[in-house]
Design a protein around this ligand. Structure first.
Ligand code: HEC
Length: 175
C-alpha cells in the first residue's frame, strides 16, 4: 500500500500549481490510480487502510470547509422532449453507488437501507410535475434551491443526458 499523501504534503512533493487545486484534507496520492484514495475498514483491527478510488475525484469540490475551490455556477439544463427514458435503467443508476447513488439520500422502493436526507420520492407519479422539472432537479437542483445539498449531476458531468432521462422516467414512475 502506498503511503497516504495529504494535500498539504503534496504541496512540497507534487508542485504548488497542481496541489493548489486540491483541498488540504483531501486523500490524494499523485501516484495512485485515479489520484484519489478511499478508506477501507480493516475488520477487528481499529484501523483504516487507504486504497485507490475507482474514479478520479480530484477535480470535484467537496463539502469540506477546507475546500475553497470555486464551484461551477448553477446551470439551466438544455432539455429537449420527448423524454425517451427507460425507468428500469433509471432504477439501476439510482441504486449504483458509482453512478447516481440517489439511494444514499432518498427513500426509494425495494431497498432496505434507504437514505433519509433527501425528500421522499415515493408516490412521485401522483404529483403530476413535468419531465422538464424533474430533469432539471437531477441536472442541477441549485436552479430551484440555491442551498440544496443534492449534487448537480449534469453540471458536474457525473451523469450523461441519457442517464438523466432514464432517472427522470424512473422518478416519474414511482407510485
Ligand atoms: C447528497 C444527498 C442527495 C443525493 C445523492 C441525491 N439527492 Fe435528490 N435531493 C436531496 C435533497 C436534500 C432534496 C430536497 C431538498 C434540497 O434541495 O436540499 C432533493 C430533491 C430531489 C428532487 C426534487 C423533488 C421535488 O419535487 O422538488 C428530485 C426529483 C431528486 N432529488 C432526485 C434525485 C435523484 C434522481 C438522485 C440521484 C441521481 C438524487 N436525487 C440524489 C438530496 C440528494
Amino acid at each position: 500500500m502506498r503511503p497516504l499523501v495529504l494535500g498539504g504534503i503534496c504541496l512540497c512533493l507534487a508542485g504548488a500549481a497542481q496541489a493548489a487545486d486540491w483541498p488540504a484534507d483531501a486523500a490524494v496520492d499523485p501516484n495512485a490510480q485515479n489520484r484519489t484514495l478511499t478508506p477501507r475498514v480493516v475488520v477487528n483491527s481499529g484501523r483504516l487502510e487507504w486504497e485507490p478510488h475507482k474514479r478520479d475525484l480530484t477535480p470535484w469540490p467537496t463539502l469540506s470547509h477546507l475546500d475553497r475551490r470555486a464551484t461551477p455556477r448553477p446551470q439551466q439544463a438544455n432539455y429537449n422532449p420527448p423524454l425517451r427514458g427507460d425507468p428500469a435503467r433509471g432504477r439501476e443508476i439510482a441504486m449504483d453507488p458509482a453512478r447516481g447513488n440517489c439511494i444514499a439520500c432518498h427513500t426509494l422502493p425495494g431497498e432496505s437501507w434507504p437514505g433519509s436526507v433527501g425528500q421522499l420520492l415515493l408516490g412521485y407519479k401522483q404529483r403530476g410535475v413535468s419531465d422538464a422539472y424533474v430533469y432539471q432537479q437531477i441536472y442541477d437542483r441549485r436552479v430551484t434551491n440555491p442551498n440544496t445539498v443534492m449534487p448537480p449531476f449534469g453540471t458536474l458531468g457525473v451523469l450523461s443526458d441519457q442517464e438523466i432521462r432514464d432517472l427522470t422516467a424512473y422518478v416519474q414512475s414511482l407510485e
